[in-house]
Design a protein around this ligand. Structure first.
Ligand SMILES: Cc1cc2nc3c(=O)[nH]c(=O)nc-3n(C[C@H](O)[C@H](O)[C@H](O)COP(=O)(O)OP(=O)(O)OC[C@H]3O[C@@H](n4cnc5c(N)ncnc54)[C@H](O)[C@@H]3O)c2cc1C
Length: 404
């Protein structure tokens, strides 16, 4: 005996849950399974990270009814400053040059998850099954069945893998991936500071790795501090006073005196790109398809754009009574999303390599590059709109909600 759905999604993180809501709002019956307890995902200890939610992603979250639940916690990004180590040249983006809307928003992941779970709980055709994991997959011409370790079988037209970088579904259907470890780990923690940040996000490229200060609501910021993995134990063992001193040296004085709030989280960094996003009646989205370096704060934004595209493509077929999991729709999804994802993957990988080089000629070239971008308004505006998620072949969900 199987339970019958239009779509089953494995992975109820930020990306999987967004897709589930986008589809259920169009009338599809959707089941989401997750191996964790979903209520644990919104606890502070589960994930210490924030996400820089690009303006285009905010449009998606808004149109699926989830933005309202996190807006009180969302800090608008009004300026971005990119600094190369201690060098005098830096690049400055001002939201006023982008049409006077915020460049994006910083939101704690736990609040994004909470708002998505709340929006999901209001949809009668959406079933959430937590503490569940897949045991096997069975496929025929017209359907796919996800068999869970609990013994429950979920039959549907389309199975979506949103189960993150180490996707079990991706392995089960035999999709290979290009993968490498950066040998870097991100230390993430929240700081409270004396002076206001005025919505400024600062990214400083240091030889050891990027160091980002991301503004949160109030006089607080989140740090993403990337270091070679062998140095991480050193920083984790520092006393609070020594740790704050290291941070203060990297942040500088623009925020006044600093203190840490809460624990130090660590995230080892690696790249992963699935060789295909699709298999018969299966689609990969979010980090299950592509996981990138956090240097530009774009990972989950790519996942939200996957959601926008896949929900548009299968929504159209659902309304016409056509097969929502057929090979044609999956091929269209892959074709639409691959270019954007590969571009961002290459850019973030390249930036990490470029700014990791400490040779003087390379430093001079980088300084010139940052200065030159600042002096070329059309190029600067293009890069700014790219970071806002407003460039390329956008799904309707962004186009129709843009500037509203
Ligand atoms: C330090 C750091 C900072 C970052 N900052 C940003 C940023 O500012 N902006 C940005 O856009 N991106 C950022 N990212 C990237 C972003 O966090 C990821 O792209 C995003 O979390 C991917 O979401 P997801 O839902 O695809 O996958 P995940 O968050 O990995 O969620 C996967 C879900 O699947 C579930 N799952 C896993 N395995 C199974 C299984 N076998 N069965 C059932 N369920 C399963 C998990 O429990 C989880 O709920 C950052 C990443 C790092 C490491």
């Amino acid at each position: 005996m199987s339970d019958l759905y239009d779509v089953v999604i494995s992975g109820g993180g930020m990306v999987g849950m967004s897709l589930a809501i986008a589809l259920a709002r169009q009338g599809m019956s959707v089941a989401v399974i997750d191996k964790t307890n979903l209520s644990a995902q919104v606890q502070p200890a589960f994930d210490g990270r924030v996400s820089a939610v690009a303006y285009g992603s905010k449009c998606i979250l808004d149109s699926i009814g989830a933005w309202a639940g996190m807006t009180a916690e969302a800090q608008p990004i009004l300026d971005i400053r990119v600094v190369d180590g201690d060098r005098p040249f830096f690049l400055h983006y001002d939201h006023k040059e982008a049409g006077d809307v915020p460049l994006g928003y910083i939101v704690e992941n736990r609040y994004i998850r909470a708002a998505l779970q709340q929006a999901a709980s209001l949809l009668p055709t959406l079933t959430l099954l937590d503490n569940q994991s897949p045991a096997s997959i069975e496929r025929d011409d017209v359907s796919v069945t996800l068999c869970l370790h609990s013994g429950q079988n979920l039959r549907c037209r389309l199975l979506v893998a949103a189960d993150g970088k180490t996707s079990t579904i991706r392995s089960m259907v035999g999709i290979d991936a290009l993968e490498w470890a950066y040998g870097q780990t991100a230390i993430v923690c929240t700081i409270a500071h004396e002076k206001p940040h005025h919505g400024l996000a600062q990214e400083r490229f240091l030889p050891a790795g990027p160091f980002a200060v991301l503004p949160m609501q109030g006089n607080r910021s989140s740090l993403v501090w990337v270091e070679p993995e062998d140095r991480i134990p050193l920083y984790l063992e520092l006393s609070e006073e020594e740790f704050v001193q290291e941070i203060q040296e990297r942040v500088g004085n623009y925020l006044g005196t600093i203190q840490t709030v809460g624990p130090r989280f660590t995230y080892p960094l690696s790249l992963m790109h699935a060789k295909s996003y699709i298999s018969h009646r299966v689609a990969l989205i979010g980090d299950a398809a592509h996981a990138i370096h956090p240097i530009a704060g774009q990972g989950v934004n790519l996942g939200f754009r996957d959601v926008g595209v896949l929900s548009e493509l299968i929504g159209e077929r659902f309304r016409l009574g056509l097969d929502i999991g057929g090979d044609d729709v999956l091929a269209s999804y892959q074709q639409w999303r691959r270019f954007d994802n590969v571009t961002m993957l290459a850019v973030t990988d390249g930036l990490n390599r470029l700014f990791g080089v400490n040779l003087l000629p390379v430093q001079l070239m980088r300084g010139f590059g940052l200065w030159a971008v600042g002096k070329m308004p059309p190029l600067k505006r293009f890069l700014m709109r790219h970071a806002m998620g407003l460039v390329g072949d956008l799904p309707k969900i962004i186009k129709e909600n843009h500037w509203h």
